[in-house]
Structure formats: C-alpha cells, structure tokens
Ligand binder design. Structure first.
Ligand SMILES: Nc1ncnc2c1ncn2[C@@H]1O[C@H](COP(=O)(O)OP(=O)(O)OP(=O)(O)O)[C@@H](O)[C@H]1O
Length: 777
C-alpha cells in the first residue's frame, strides 16, 4: 500500500512527517497497512462512538467514528510494528488534547479563544500522561523514543519522557515535573519503581489512557509479568484505557496475559511474514507428570524406562536429564540397584555423563553410549547441554526436574527429531515445580501422564510380552534382521517381565536404608543451589522451594529426617540474592538499609526480636552451622554441581562465582598483609583499590573445587566417606558412582573440580577448634 493512501486518516502534521521529512516512507509494510487503515477509529478513546468535529460530520450526517478497542499485534521481527502502533498512539494523544481543549471552551461558553485554548492544553499536557509504552530493554526504549520523535517532527511542543535504567531517577523526575507528558517510553522495572516511589509520577500516570506493551513475549520470558501487571494497575482503569499488546510470538504465557489484560472484543493484527514452519520439537510426542510426592519419583522413572524397553524391544535407548551432576550420579546409583525391575533386568547398561567428569571422560562415555547396541541402555546426563552428536539416536528423553530453560528443552527435542527418530519425551516434575510448566513451557504440546496410568500401561505391555515373547523377539534370524535387530547384539528379556515390573516398589524399599546419607545431603545441597536462583522461573517463593527440596531428600532418598540447612547457608546459596522489589538495588547497597531492618525501633516491642531473627538471612554474614552440608555453599552453585551451559554446550561460570573468587583472592592477600578483612563484602574491588594491593598471582587465586593451599590439612570427619564431584563415591554400600577415581587436573576446564584424595572435613578455626564457622575462605 502506498503511504499516500493514509491521507485523510491522520492529522496533517503526522501525515507530512511520514511521507515527507523525516520518515520519507513511500510504501507501508503489511502490518502497517492492516493497522493504519483502521484509523482514525482505532485512535479514539474506548467506549462511545465519536462524532467527527470537522467537515461533513457536523450535524451527525457523516458516519460516527468507531470507538477505540484493545489490540493484539502479532508481528514477525522487522515488520514495522513500532511505527504501526506509534502512529495511532500519537494520534490518540493529539486527539485527547484537542478534546480536552474543546471541552474547556465549551465549559466557558466560548467558541474560540486562543488564551483559554493554550491554558487548557498546558494544564492537560503537563498534568495527564498520554500514552505509556513499556518495552523490555533500554535499547528498545531508545529506539521507540526516537521513532516517536520522528513521527511528531511537526509538533514542536510534543515531548517524550524516557524512563529506562542508566539515568538517575532524579533527572527523570525533574524532566517529568517540568515537561509535557505526551508519550512515556520506558522499561517495566524503572516505570514501576517510579510509580511506587514518586507520588506525583503516579498521579500523572493514573490518567494515561493508552498503554502499549512492546515485545511482550520477551518481557514475559524475562520474568517481567509482575511489573507489567503493576503498571497496568496504576494507569487509567481498563474500561477507560486502550491496551495494545505487541509480540513476535503467541505462546501460552502471552495468551494468559492477553486474557487478563484485554477486553474480550480486542482486535487482532497478525503479520508473521512467511508462515511459520512446523518446528522439529513440535513433532516429538511430549508428556508431563506431576508426581504426588518425592516417593513416587524413582518408581515412576523405572516404569518409564520399562515402558520404553517394552515399546522398543531390542532398540531402547533412554536419555535421562537431571538437574545437576550430583543428581545424575545419585540416580545412576539408584537405577542400577533397581535394574532388576526393568524388562532388560540387570543387563540394562547405565551411563552417566555430567560436568563432574573431565572432557576426555565425557567423550569416552558418549562414545560407549553411542556404540551400545544392547537395546537396553540408559544415559543419565546432568543439566548441561549435550550436542546431538554426543548422544546420537535415542528412543526416549526423560527430563527429571525442570530443564535449564525452555530453549534448552526445545533444542534437545529438536536435535533428537533431526536424527530421523521420533522419540517420546517425558517431563517428570515434583508438585512445587509446576509453575515452570505453566509459565515457561506453555508452547510445548505436553500431554499429562499420571503415575497410575503409566503403571497400568506398563503392566499391560508386560503381560502382552509374557503371553507371547516370540512375537517380540522372534527366533527367526532373518526376521530379526529384517526388523533391524542384529542377533546376539541386543538383550532379550528373560523370565516373567510382569513379575519384574511389579517388584520395583519392593526393591526400592530395600534399597533406601543402604543409601549413603552424606551423598544424599550433598545432592540435596546441590539441588538447592540449582533451584533457589530459579524461583522466578518456577513462580514459587524461595522458602517453598527449600521446603520442597527438603521433602524430596526425605521422601525420595529415604532420609529419616528432612536435612538441615542454616539460614546463613541458604543466604550464601542465593536465598537473598540482593534483588528486591526495589529492582536490583541490593539491600546492603541501599543507603537506607540498617542492619536488623528499617523497622527496628518502631512497632510492638515484643515482636522486635523475632523480626530481627527472621530477617537474619538477609543481613550480615552469620556463621554456618556444623550440621550444614559439608562443602561451602558457593560450591553447590558452581560447575561441578551441574551449573548450566549455553546451547552450544559451553559451561558457564556464573558471575557470582567469579566475584566470590575475586573476593577470596583479596581476602587472602589482605590476611597475609595483616589488614582487616571484615568490611569487604559489599564491594571487593573498591576494597582492593583502597589499599593498593597488587593483584594476586594467578596461581594463587583460589578456584572453586580445586585444591587450594588454604584447604590443606583438613581432616575428614570421623567415619565419613563421601562422594566428590567427578570422583568416586566409595560409601554407597556396594554401589559406587560410575565416575573414574582419578582425573587429570590439567584437563579440567575453568571452574571444574577435581577429585580429592581425602575428603574434606569441617574447617578449623584459628584457635584450633573444629567448626564450620566463617565460611569457606
Ligand atoms: N513502511 C516502511 N518502509 C520502509 N522502512 C520501514 C517502514 N516501516 C518501518 N521501517 C523501518 O524498518 C525497520 C524496522 O522497523 P521496526 O523497528 O518498526 O520493526 P519492528 O517490527 O518493530 O521490529 P522488531 O519487533 O523486530 O523490533 C526500522 O528501521 C524502520 O525505520
């Protein structure tokens, strides 16, 4: 469509800016054509039809203009969506100003009066915010702001308020108080923080009658839903405001957002360019199970493996992804012990592949797995991305616990599908993980599969096999070859498969008392390290997650009691990551922060002590407890415990670990020089500069999981033998982890651990007493 066809639909000034300077557009994109041809109605306020004020409209002879409606705009990237909503937004604002001025004149009984018009326009534009555009990033906000300015090129007084991070709030508030509030463009965090902190800002924003949410799918994937909801609650109420949602894709979280934010009769403008191809992962059959309790986890996994062995006799290859290396190790131990309950029985081969192994070991395991032709093999892998060629073809993917992200989940399934097989994928979650399913995996065609239904199905398949084993494993070699089964290479099922399947619960009961408590507690701590930072994605509060993991340790691993973790241990695992509803300003960095809480000295006396106690995990450095898991909390957040990798399989060293390493180096140097070390928590780099310390030589910087001179000489607790990441657990009665016992330190990638000769015991205090106080430095 020619841009000139917009003539008459827009105000002259905006039209001139589009076809002339500065836009110089000759043609409109498809999306722009769809949206802009709906002008002027689409820019009108909601509710009643509008009587045109000019030309034939007077006297009601011309058709009324349609009232504005909510809009959902689904557009492929670069479809010109910004201009498609900016033009109606600018028109909306200009019309609102005109309407206010006309009403002011009418109230004064005037037909025209330049002074009244000017005064009314001034009051309106400085008191009422017009259009609010919220976008996930500062860069996009800048881009949108610039496009708005281009569009209002011929309206010299028009102003855009930019409210993204990186500029002092004070400056933003000064501009807000002094300037016009025609269009507000900003990021959700900053806008919400100003709304909650600045009354005058909130007052102006409450009058905004158009809210545009740009790139909403991205905002939701960044966990900004709460901020968007909060902003929507501050601007004009739904019946008086137009809400526009722009998105590049329509996934489940976005649908939920549309349902809660838009009126039922919203308009949809869709331009996805070339029709989206069906993605490979969409072709994979996907099921999810939310377990009634942790007790059901392992029996359910066994049944899933059994199901696959029965569904693909002689060909079964199952990959199980777990949340971290320690879980992969622990579950391999469990599953080996429960193998008798599988159709393939003890002949089922188990492999484990995780960040606790060296690169060479990982390669060896992957190769052995690829070459396994038994038709009864299971690979347990931690939550770092595996490349497709590493695991070749397989018949089933079982994801235990949430995946690192929805992209990682998709990539795994896609790669499997690319290989020409169409495996089934099963996602097995505990009940407190269900938020991830709803919020992060909304677009996956996951079907429910209950524990009971699976059990029934497996038992039916087993009975069918027992009734006629020759139908599944024919004696006829020619037939076997025809079916792709090479005689002698695959494992046949021996004896009564039904009996085996039913034995899983009994075997599990017998196994639990034999499991090593220390290994379980360590796995428990690594799970805390994995899940606590994911509270946002799980849409669960951190204490709920902690309780869930504790229960898991008791129910699934058979601990007599829920394991103990001290508040300080939790704090160092990220329980208080410094993020608050004050948008990233760490409590400790805030000038208003007082140790013990700002409420100290107010309120009811008898509650004060309790509040301080409850708040202790958020405050200063307390001591760890002797009953805490053995290693330092930071260890459980690091690579050896299965910290995430990117999609290319590169292991990521998280920022916090890097920072901790820096801090440890500085502390060690200061200690050596006899300087105090207690005040370094908040800003280690500043502290380093303040004493002009030379940087520590590289070899002296303590690295997590590596032997460090500071650790030398610690004795193991009496009778404690334990599993180290990448090393061997020699204490899980008769069931060692499969990891090799020696690892070449030179091959270790940055941040990985090496096995220790001797297990590390509690830290020694300087006075020689044995305690875990003071953390791991
Ligand atoms: N009708 C048009 N003719 C030519 N160029 C245009 C037209 N509309 C927009 N553009 C230009 O195309 C580029 C992309 O437009 P825009 O940023 O609005 O796309 P978008 O759909 O918002 O993209 P995304 O959502 O991926 O950020 C911009 O540089 C813009 O100036």
């Amino acid at each position: 469509m020619d841009a000139t066809e917009l003539k008459g639909k827009l105000g002259l000034e905006v039209y001139a800016a589009i076809v002339g300077r500065p836009w110089h557009l000759t043609r409109l994109s498809n999306l722009q054509r769809l949206v802009l041809t709906q002008l002027p109605g689409i820019a009108n306020p909601k509710g009643v039809p509008v009587v045109p004020r000019k030309g034939k409209g007077r006297g009601g002879k011309a058709p009324l203009e349609q009232p504005g409606r909510d809009v959902l705009m689904i557009a492929a990237p670069n479809a010109g969506a910004k201009l498609a909503y900016i033009v109606p937004a600018v028109e909306h604002r200009l019309r609102s100003i005109k309407r206010f001025v006309a009403d002011a004149l009418a109230r004064g009984g005037l037909h025209t009066d330049p002074a009244t018009e000017e005064r009314a326009a001034k009051i309106f534009t400085r008191g009422h915010a017009g259009v609010v555009i919220v976008t996930p990033t500062k860069e996009r906000a800048t881009e949108i702001g610039n496009q708005v300015l281009k569009t209002v090129h011929n309206h010299h007084e028009f102003q855009v308020q930019m409210l993204a991070g990186g500029v002092a709030r004070k400056i933003q508030m000064r501009d807000w108080m002094q300037g016009r509030r025609d269009v507000v463009v900003g990021t959700p965090g900053r806008i919400r923080s100003l709304l909650e902190g600045e009354d005058e800002f909130a007052r102006g924003m409450a009058k905004a009658t158009m809210l545009i949410m740009d790139d909403t799918a991205t905002a939701l994937s960044l966990g900004l839903r709460d901020d968007l909801d909060a902003i929507a609650a501050y601007v004009a109420p739904r019946e008086k405001r137009q809400t526009w949602i722009h998105t590049n894709e329509l996934n489940l979280p976005l649908r939920q957002m549309v349902k809660s934010m838009l009126d039922e009769d919203y308009l949809v403008f869709k331009d996805l360019g070339v029709e989206k191809e069906v993605q490979p992962w969409e072709q994979v059959e996907q099921y999810h199970t939310v377990l009634p309790s942790g007790r059901d986890q392992l029996p359910h996994i066994c049944r899933l493996i059994a199901h696959d062995q029965l569904a693909n006799p002689g060909k079964s290859k199952v990959v199980i992804f777990t949340s971290g290396a320690r879980v992969a190790q622990l579950f391999t131990t469990f599953l080996r012990a429960l193998a008798d309950s599988l159709p393939g029985g003890k002949d089922t081969n188990f492999y484990e592949l995780h960040s606790g192994l060296t690169a060479q070991e990982r390669e060896d395991v992957a190769q052995a797995w690829r070459e396994d032709r038994s038709g009864c093999s299971v690979l347990l892998s931690s939550d770092f991305a595996l490349k497709a060629e590493q695991y070749g073809t397989c018949t089933r993917v079982i994801q235990v616990g949430i995946p690192a992200s929805s992209d990682v989940f998709k990539a795994r399934l896609s790669r499997l599908a690319d290989k020409g097989v169409k495996p089934r994928a099963d996602l097995v979650l505990l009940n407190w993980e269900i938020g991830f399913l709803t919020w992060m995996l909304g677009e996956h065609p996951l079907k429910p599969c209950t524990t009971g239904r699976l059990q029934e199905e497996v038992e039916q398949k087993a009975a069918a096999f027992d009734a006629d084993p020759a139908a599944v494993f024919p004696e006829d070699f020619a037939l076997q070859e025809k079916r792709g089964l090479v005689p002698g290479e695959f494992t046949k099922f021996e004896g009564s498969v039904s009996e085996r399947i039913k034995s899983v619960e009994k075997l599990y009961e017998e196994l639990l008392p034999k499991m090593d408590e220390l290994a379980i507690k360590e796995t428990f701590a690594s799970l805390l390290g994995f899940y606590i930072p994911k509270a946002g994605e799980l849409r669960a509060q951190r204490p709920v997650i902690v309780q869930g993991v504790k229960q898991w340790a008791k129910e699934c691993c058979g601990l007599a009691e829920e394991p103990y973790v001290s508040p300080e241990f939790l704090r160092r695992l990220g329980m208080d990551d410094g993020r608050t509803r004050h948008f990233g300003a760490a409590w400790l960095d805030r000038p208003t922060y007082k140790p013990g809480g700002a409420w100290l000295g107010r309120g009811i006396q008898r509650l004060k002590d309790r509040q301080v106690e409850e708040r202790s995990w958020a405050g200063g450095a307390a001591e760890l407890d002797p009953n805490d898991p053995v290693a330092d909390p930071e260890m459980y957040r690091s690579t050896p415990y299965g910290k995430r990798a990117d999609l290319a399989g590169r292991l990521l060293v998280p920022e916090e670990v890097k920072k901790s390493q820096q801090l440890a180096a500085i502390k060690a140097a200061r200690k050596e020089m006899g300087l105090p070390v207690a005040d370094l928590r908040t800003n280690p780099l500043e502290a380093e500069q303040s004493v002009n310390l030379p940087p520590l030589p590289r070899e002296r910087r303590p690295a997590f999981g590596r032997e460090h001179p500071e650790f030398a000489g610690f004795s193991a607790p009496q009778g404690a033998s334990r599993a180290w990441p990448g090393g061997r657990s020699d204490s899980v009665a008769g069931m060692p982890f499969a990891a090799p016992s020696s690892v070449d330190a030179a091959n270790l990638p940055f941040g990985e651990s090496r096995p220790r000769e001797a297990p590390r015991g509690p830290r020694r205090k300087e006075d020689g007493s044995s305690s875990r106080s003071g953390g791991g430095w």
